[in-house]
Write a protein that binds this ligand. Sequence first.
Ligand SMILES: Cc1cc2nc3c(=O)[nH]c(=O)nc-3n(C[C@H](O)[C@H](O)[C@H](O)COP(=O)(O)O)c2cc1C
Length: 355
Amino acid sequence: MNRATLRQILDLARWAPSGDNTQTWRFEIDGDAHVVIHGFDTRDHCVYDIDGHPSQISIGALLETIRIAASGHGLSVTSERRPSDEARPVFDIWLKSDPGIVPSPLIPYITTRTVQRRALSTRALSAEQKSALEASVGSDYSIRWVEGWRGRWDAARLMFASAKIRLTMPEAYAVHKSIIEWNARFSTDRIPDQAVGLDPLTTRVMHWVMQDWRRVEFFNRYLGGTLAPRLQLDVLPALACAAHFVIAARRTPTGIDDYVAAGSAVQRFWLTAAQLGLLLQPEMTPLIFSLYARDDRKFSVREDLLDCARQVRADLARLIGDASLETAVYMGRVGSGATPTSRSTRIDLETLLKH
Ligand SMILES: Cc1cc2nc3c(=O)[nH]c(=O)nc-3n(C[C@H](O)[C@H](O)[C@H](O)COP(=O)(O)O)c2cc1C
């Protein structure tokens, strides 16, 4: 093992998914067998990053991808979080030659796995596909499936309600404005507009509207502005998939270590889906808003939105049951379909490496 091997591992691992492609990590190579991951979260400016938990899930996905990539070099990985500020978590990663390690069959999918926000096939998942996905998360997690015409319809209604909050909240507007790269097919540090899932005309209208919050308010109030994006971004994708899934932990997640561990399971699930030829889109906003509602936490200057969040929570509880909602760490939709022609790419390794 040497530094070149560590670079190859990190070069693959940087393809791990992160919320809004924020890539909440920087790397430091410290010797031939030691890497330091400098994580961060975006809770101070991103309303979706509730308590930093989505960022922690992303970091967990990164750590899992390091393990999977390292297996290709016959290396085992141990990782430990330093007792530091949780908003800027630091992880020591030690790699060791291990003759017992076999290369993970998921390695080829690290770079091809990508989010698909457009319509997927409604063909039901086979029993084999479901059991491979259920096995992928390990014994600390279970999968709750929402399927069939009725299930997808209920999920679409849930996404429609959740999208109203997303599209009428000034705090979310600020996030969307900063994370969409306009007129782009690929984006190294954001989401290209062509991967968002809107048709070209609506994309152009949204680009114009989103220049200014007053335009958004006017559009929403007088022109039914949330309808077209809600139909295209939420309702149709929710109907056009094989199933929605919720990854639930065996016990209620409480802190950073639980969310980092959940991120490992999420990445195994997503890579396994890719291995099975399935595409996936996370649907995290209903979960996030229902956490704000659970704790009666004001998350917007628009106080009426807390009531909308309570409604989302009630609908989600009806859909997946109180027990799964209590322990849910991730939610999304899955199905077969076309590989997206537009996607987020990544910040290059040199930039991610702290010197
Ligand atoms: C914790 C987390 C939450 C996410 N939430 C959403 C979501 O609610 N909706 C969505 O369309 N994509 C969501 N994503 C997908 C990211 O936007 C995507 O992974 C990132 O932009 C990188 O793109 P790629 O996965 O195609 O490489 C989420 C990803 C992670 C890791």
